[in-house]
Design a binder for this molecule. Sequence first.
Ligand code: ATP
Ligand code: MG
Length: 554
Amino acid sequence: MNEETKPLNFLAQLIKQDLESGQTRGLVTRFPPEPNGYLHIGHAKSICLNFGLAEEFGGRCNLRFDDTNPAKEDQEYIDAIQADVRWLGYQWDGEVKYASAYFEQLHAWAQHLIAQGHAYVCDLSADEAREYRGTLKAPGKNSPYRERTPEQNLALFAKMRAGEFDEGACVLRAKIDMAHGNINMRDPILYRIRKQTHHQTGDAWCIYPTYDFAHGQEDAIEGITHSICTLEFADHRPLYEWFIQHLPVPSQPKQYEFGRLNLNYTVTSKRKLKQLVDEGHVDGWNDPRMPTIAGFRRRGYTPQAIRKFCQMIGVTKADGVVDVAMLEHAIRDDLDKNAPRAMCVLHPLKVALTNYPATQTELLNAAGHPHNEQLAPRQLPFSREIFIDQEDFREEANKKYKRLVLGKRVRLRNAYVIEADKALKNAAGEIIGVEARIIEGTLGKDPSDDIKPKGVIHWVDAQQNIEFEVRLYERLFNYPSPDAGDKNFLDSINPDSLAVITGAKGEIGLGQAVPEQAYQFEREGYFCRDSKSAALVFNRTISLRDSMGKAADE
Ligand code: ATP
Ligand code: MG
């Protein structure tokens, strides 16, 4: 489907109408992460949506750090988030924005609400406040501090800012309606005391605005026209609108909600991902098994494939669970078309080609990719001894096994047809080598005696090759919904999600591989060089087929 005929998602339709009717002059969106963790695949959906809409309608998209909770935030996350957004292929408008840059303005607006009789300082403890809040069925009760005068409240709020109260001693609340059907409207908290150093503002503040009080006003300051967030904020929309109506803000943003991305076999909560990192269940935020952008990147996923996946899943007004196989499909599809080919033997078994001259090495030509001619061809050294995979040789086998068998022929990929004569064994009876012969005249041709090989196997020259470690990854979780209900997601961790193979033998050119560039190791899967290890290590990006599909020669 080309760009023009692509159906618009409901947000794009709405924006199109707003622009056509003149309701909106130019589209401005934002992606507003809290810098309290690395971005995950759910954030990728929000990034593709916000930046994608801005691109589609010639608008702008801001990157704004929603940094109102210094206790959990860190510069490391700020840097990582910017790198991830860029890697996905997007550029924000102008400078990076910070909620903390608006603290003075937000504070002034809080004073404005107090002066208008719309906010008050409340001394109820957290427990008392919970009791006063009521429930979904029962209305709340007014706080005994609710009738303080604006003068009293302004003075108390000034003391809060000056650091004269302990954390938790009091909060600033909006004065709305303790009997409101929507609990978010029952005098929500605007400011709380946090004696914390902030990564951007240092010790300038000891009171910090809540998400609800900050978010809409930040949007208004930046002239955001469409403030797009996930469904769980739908209940906060009346409050978002209440602030915009009661404050002298410079613009009137509107909030719209869409369904968040949930993936099976995956957790997408920064808190839980952080726990995996902190407790050492994985090798950092960019562990190749993590559903983080940084993890995908280290694993060899491409930005194009992630964007394609976000396009495939679409944008709806309902939450749902997407099968992780769809993401894997998008990756495979991209790598199949674009990954250069190479050969690597994971479990080497030496084959001596007894009729090949001991001192000879020839260079055989191999394509960089079967269809994509942009990928440079390779030259493969070939000599008397080669490695094949242990799984590709049997002394005897039935017809379904189309690999090397004693007395039978097989084609070596990009090379000769060979025939196996003898299995060499150690004292324990284990096969430690094979003697075979090349069939002359079979480079790129069938044997002249018409005994055709049944299959093709990969190989690596035994003299000129490069040895490395390979890490095979499986899904990090064994169960489709690791964190459903009150399940502890740690109980679903797959103990076999990482298998390390040492002593794999790869074709010589792989010594030049750069991190993040995935290769198809023929017949084995897609792999890319690890970016974290000093030694040469390859991560399996993804297998060739999903576990449902059977390899043709098995
Ligand atoms: P988490 O629950 O992982 O901490 P969050 O929503 O608290 O996520 P933020 O940093 O606040 O994380 O998110 C930034 C933006 O990304 C928000 O607009 C949020 O709606 C969006 N977002 C977060 N998770 C998802 C998801 N799973 N699907 C779609 N959008 C998401
Ligand atoms: Mg959040």
